[in-house]
Design a protein around this ligand. Structure first.
Ligand code: ARG
Length: 561
């Protein structure tokens, strides 16, 4: 329907179709029609008031078979599609499974750099956010046909490892590290700082050991690698609970032999300056603090490795975009790094490198079990959610099969949905009774709506090939539900364009709520076969849309819960 309408408007306005497609809106208020076309753009070329243009264009379009009517409201033309035609087009969409997909991104690659915890540190709730947002962006871009490279840029290199080696050699032992993993490494790290406050020579030792690492000392690298393996094993446990994975675990250490090239390039481009013994790129002209490239002692830093990573990724994947999902506190870091890449003569840096920040997690009011030292591990939150859901299942639906799988899907789904329901830049508040409220604006509510649909279809022995008579479901709640579902393709594109999974989460909630209104108003399993089949088809379309939109958030739907 939309494609037809675009043709009609393009013809009447002599604008090209892509332009019309870009301008066409779906009004929030159904009284404004199914589609609305604003005439402001035309006013620029026609030098006439937009409302006058709207009238002219409307007259030019005249009577069209797919339209019930069109109305001019100010600068807008509102289009009302004939209901039968709309319903028919929607319910007879043969390819329900691919609804919302497109080939917009065909042949293009997007790199997403996300999650990226720091080795020997716990995977905390902030890293949970980048993981959830990054994973959702991966799903959304994939749906649009892009090839996505999911990159975990582990924090696995840097002077902190010199400190850890000293701490381990002085106060640690193998058994404790093997038993307690990251928790023990964190304890050693804290111990190092306590002791170094009293005895500065420890810092020299740490510098020494990191420089040994950089020079390939086998003993140093073996200990470091062991710390990396232990940490990665824990992180992978968290990823497994989340049902998420990466294409590349390429941490900072991957670039340690590639930073020299970056320094050379900067040098050759005349961009490097000495400052108190260190090497920097001056960014004053761009109102930014200088980007530190090399410390006084010749060691490189986080930013140097990020520069190397960008050049490496561009060379390997020739990405259309490279997205970085991290907290807002890294805003300056990325602005500096992107600018330096641009100054090296890479024009593409301007549009292709994007920092995607997000807000904090506030745990106010949430009673979360914490391990020693009041540190909150993402894994503990996920496990707690799963346990709580399991308890609910055991009391409310003791006969359910696969209780553990369902508890995982619903518990983890609840956390993901809570994270993605508001704009990512906003802080996320976390309260168990809100997150797990089966009647609220939550993941479990949407999953439960899906289960209701699935159960209706099961009980009716739904046959997707049965003939349907669309003129039988023209009542308001059914149409409203169809209209919501119809927004899916636009929603996916919008979410990708704004790097904003919340657009999809809101959409899933709208569809779930619309379904409830429909289901309260209209009986599905009526005797009249035509009506029953048409309504069942609508239920099936709802189920698929809910499942597909939750999948874009990284949430699985159980069939029963
Ligand atoms: N390891 C960093 C942190 O935990 C995030 C890394 C983000 N990615 C990057 N290419 N700098 O804060």
């Amino acid at each position: 329907m939309k494609a037809k309408l675009i043709d009609i408007i393009a013809k009447a306005t002599e604008l090209d179709k892509d332009m019309v497609a870009g301008l066409l809106e779906i009004p929030k208020n159904p009284e404004m029609g199914d589609y609305a076309f604003p005439c402001f753009q035309l006013a620029k070329t026609l030098h006439k008031a937009p409302p006058l243009i709207a009238n002219d264009v409307a007259a030019q379009i005249g009577d069209v078979d797919i339209l019930e009517k069109l109305e001019v409201k100010g600068a807008y033309i509102n289009f009302f599609i004939k209901k039968e035609m709309f319903v028919k087009a929607m319910l007879e969409t043969a390819d329900v499974e691919n609804f919302g997909s497109s080939n917009k991104g065909e042949g293009k690659t997007i790199c997403i750099d996300y999650s990226s915890p720091n080795v020997a540190k716990n995977f905390h709730v902030g890293h949970l956010r980048t993981t959830i947002i990054g994973n959702s962006l991966y799903k959304i871009y994939s749906k649009l046909g892009y090839k996505v490279e999911r990159i975990n840029h582990l924090g696995d290199w840097g002077t902190q490892f010199g400190k850890l080696i000293v701490a381990y050699k002085t106060w640690g032992n193998k058994e404790d590290v093997e038993r307690d993993g990251v928790a023990e490494l964190m304890r050693l790290y804290v111990k190092f700082h306590e002791e170094a406050d009293k005895d500065d020579s420890l810092n020299d030792d740490a510098r020494h050991w990191f420089s040994e690492m950089e020079q390939g000392n086998e003993e140093a690298l073996a200990i470091w690698q062991w710390f990396v393996d232990i940490s990665l094993k824990e992180y992978k446990g968290t990823y497994e609970l989340l049902g998420m994975d990466f294409d590349h675990f390429m941490g900072e250490s991957f670039y340690r032999d590639k930073t020299g090239d970056v320094v050379d390039r900067l040098e050759n481009a005349g961009l490097l300056k000495e400052s108190e013994g260190a090497k920097i790129v001056d960014l004053e002209e761009y109102n930014m603090a200088p980007c530190l490239i090399m410390k006084k002692d010749g060691s490189t830093i986080y930013a140097t490795r990020d520069l190397a990573a960008i050049l490496y990724r561009k060379g390997r994947w020739n990405f259309e975009k490279c997205l970085y999902v991290t907290g807002q506190e890294q805003k300056l870091h990325f602005a500096q790094v992107f600018k330096v890449i641009e100054l090296l003569g890479n024009e593409w840096a301007k549009d292709s490198l994007v920092h995607i920040p997000y807000g904090l997690v506030s745990l106010e009011g949430a009673k979360l079990s914490t391990r020693s030292g009041n540190i909150i591990y993402a894994e503990d939150i996920l496990k707690e959610a799963i346990d709580k859901v399991k308890e609910i299942i055991v009391t409310k639906n003791p006969d359910l099969a696969n209780k553990d799988d369902v508890a995982r899907n619903v518990g983890v789904g609840a956390i993901i949905f809570n994270d993605l329901y508001n704009q990512r830049i906003k802080d996320v508040s976390f309260k168990w009774d809100k997150v797990l409220n089966f009647d609220g604006e939550t993941g479990p509510y949407v999953q439960y709506t899906y289960c209701r649909c699935a159960s209706i279809l099961r009980n009716a022995n739904y046959d997707s090939n049965a003939n349907i008579n669309c003129s039988q479901i023209l009542d308001e709640p059914a149409i409203a539900l169809l209209k919501d579902i119809n927004r899916f393709p636009t929603v996916v594109e919008d979410a990708a364009e704004r790097y904003e999974p919340s657009v999809v989460a809101r959409f899933a909630m709208d569809v779930a709520q619309s379904f409830s209104r429909f289901y309260n108003a209209d009986k599905v399993l009526v005797d009249d076969e035509d009506i029953r089949n048409a309504r069942l088809k609508l239920v099936a379309l709802t189920a698929d849309t809910l499942k597909n939109s939750l999948a874009l958030l990284g949430i699985d739907c159980p069939e029963q819960m």
